[in-house]
Write a new protein. Structure first.
Length: 283
């Protein structure tokens, strides 16, 4: 199976055709309600169709890859196209620029190189870890987690979520959704922290992530790498639609990490264990 054609809705077909031709696509099929384009490189095609009732904002993003991203963006700006996001390096190692087409569809021009198919955190079925630029996320076993709980001081153990302990008791020996990962530095194999999920995907295909960096290793970007890797792992599993996180209801280091990883703050909620928190989601 090969994905080589995507169609998006259009409110104004003529405006959409003009937009995508200016973007650099070649018009190859047109009618009163439909237009198809050929991408400048490769043999993939892209089309628009006239539609009614298009939502005001779309969550779907169409990606076009170009190696000379910054140069191409400058050319398009000179041609009159306005970008909502200038080219920037993202935590998932893609460089991206974004704009909207006349119907509000999100278009991303990007360059990922080898990181599209082979990012450092690509899942390796024959291993028990994920990798980022500087870290290995080493999957823990049930015995690892239970031993760590036994080593906790009583006041620390009292803060462990009862709901998560119940999941731990019912889990098998290896469950990344429950047991989580040790964060190990790839250079010296030192443990810099832990990260994981607060449980397997629920009925809404949602998981919540959590991460913690040892005090002596904070402020070095490790939390951002860990959060990005967890998010990529969850989405790549095919079981997750929403990745969620919670922080204290204030701007802090954790909220900055989530913002860098593309999360949006969606509101405040009352957590039964932590009280009032900010909720963050990435879809």
């Amino acid at each position: 199976m090969n994905l080589n054609q995507v169609t998006v809705p259009a409110r104004d077909l003529s405006a959409s055709v003009a937009f995508y031709e200016r973007l650099g696509l070649e018009l190859i099929v047109t009618s009163a309600h439909y237009a198809r384009f050929k991408c400048p490189a490769g043999d993939a095609t892209f089309s628009v169709h006239l539609a009614q009732g298009i939502p005001a904002s779309s969550q779907t993003i169409v990606y076009f890859e170009t190696a000379a991203l910054d140069e191409r963006v400058k050319q398009l700006q000179a041609a009159g196209l306005s970008f909502a996001q200038e080219p920037r390096d993202e935590p998932w190692l893609w460089r991206e620029a974004r704009l909207l087409d006349p119907s509000g569809n999100i278009i991303c021009l990007y360059w990922a190189g080898k990181n599209r198919l082979n990012p450092p955190w690509r899942i390796h079925p024959d291993t028990d870890c994920l990798e980022t630029n500087r870290l290995k996320l080493v999957a823990q076993t049930g015995n690892d987690v239970r031993a760590a709980i036994e080593r906790m001081k009583p006041e620390e153990r009292a803060q462990v979520s009862p709901a998560w302990l119940a999941l731990l008791d019912g889990a098998g020996e290896v469950s990344p959704w429950i047991h989580g990962f040790r964060l190990v530095h790839r250079t010296d194999n030192g443990v810099v922290g832990q990260c994981g999920f607060k449980g397997p995907p629920d009925a809404d295909a949602m998981v919540e992530i959590a991460y913690g960096i040892a005090p002596e290793h904070q402020g070095k970007g490790y939390a951002t790498e860990a959060a990005a890797a967890l998010t990529q792992y969850a989405i790549a599993s095919g079981k997750v639609r929403i990745v969620r996180a919670h922080t204290l209801p204030e701007a802090n280091a954790s909220s900055r990490v989530l913002t860098k990883c593309g999360f949006k703050r969606v509101g405040e909620v009352m957590d039964p264990e932590d009280g009032l928190v900010w909720r963050w989601e990435k879809i």
